[in-house]
Design a protein. Structure first.
Length: 260
């Protein structure tokens, strides 16, 4: 793993930091290429229950892809195709994690940075945050998968405004449109984000991950239970956490869940 991606763990919460503060955490091709394996490792770590994704410092989550390397890594249709495949694989890996993910957005969140934030389950930002998706400023086309994530959050009309204009959404508009889920003052963002992550880490993890699967299936168009969702629900009754949850409720104490 390069120094441009840093993983740290505090208790059951892991943090993935885009670590290029000198370039407002602009994302290089190598970083996209490394993300799938790195995220699999976090998902496979039984000690991690929640992942927070952030940019180094407080000026930017990520200012987008590193355009300075486009002349080399996107010089023609063939290299651009390979580049796009790496970006898609990184975003899919983040979106596909079994564990819950939260993007913590200080400052600028643009282009490819916004793509990674959209692939997280939730997005918390500070009042200085600004969001933009800018293919129309570069003569590029946003992928269907990335566009789908945007439409799922803000709806088709707002998605068209964002993509047609390449315009910036401030924190208030991002909250109103559903692009983000919470806005705080800059000095309160980390406390708010990690308090939420630590709260989720105390919940029954089988329940949390099953809920994530089911919500994602609904977003993808599933309307009725099938064998897999029925099994998810029924299997919860066989877990130690179910027994502990009922016992803790009756004993009027916090539950001590162990499933990971």
């Amino acid at each position: 793993m390069s120094d441009d991606l840093v993983v740290e763990r505090s208790g059951a919460v892991a943090t993935l930091t885009l670590n290029r503060p000198e370039s407002r955490n602009a994302i290089r091709l190598e970083m996209y290429a490394e993300l799938p394996a790195l995220l699999r490792g976090i998902d496979d770590d039984p000690g991690v229950k929640v992942l927070v994704v952030r940019g180094a410092g407080t000026k930017a989550f990520a200012a987008g892809a590193d355009i300075s390397e486009f002349g080399r890594v996107r010089a023609d249709a063939e290299s651009a195709r390979s580049y796009n495949e790496h970006v898609a694989a990184a975003e899919r890996a983040l979106e596909g994690m079994a564990k819950p993910t939260v993007a913590m957005v200080h400052g600028h969140c643009v282009g490819g940075g916004c793509g990674l934030a959209l692939a997280c389950d939730l997005r918390f930002c500070d009042t200085n945050a600004g969001f933009a998706i800018t293919p129309a400023k570069l003569g590029l086309v946003y992928s269907l998968e990335s566009t789908r994530r945007l439409v799922d959050l803000v709806g088709p009309a707002q998605a068209k405004w964002i993509l047609f204009s390449g315009g910036r959404l401030d924190a208030d508009r991002a909250l109103r449109t559903g692009l983000v889920d919470a806005v705080t003052e800059p000095d309160a963002l980390a406390e708010h984000t990690y308090s939420f992550a630590e709260l989720v880490a105390t919940r029954a993890q089988y329940s949390v991950r099953a809920a994530k699967q089911i919500v994602n299936r609904i977003v993808a168009g599933q309307l009725h239970d099938d064998a897999e969702t029925t099994e998810l629900r029924n299997s919860s009754f066989d877990t130690d956490d179910y027994a502990e949850g009922v016992r803790a409720f009756l004993e009027k104490r916090p539950p001590r869940f162990t499933w990971s």
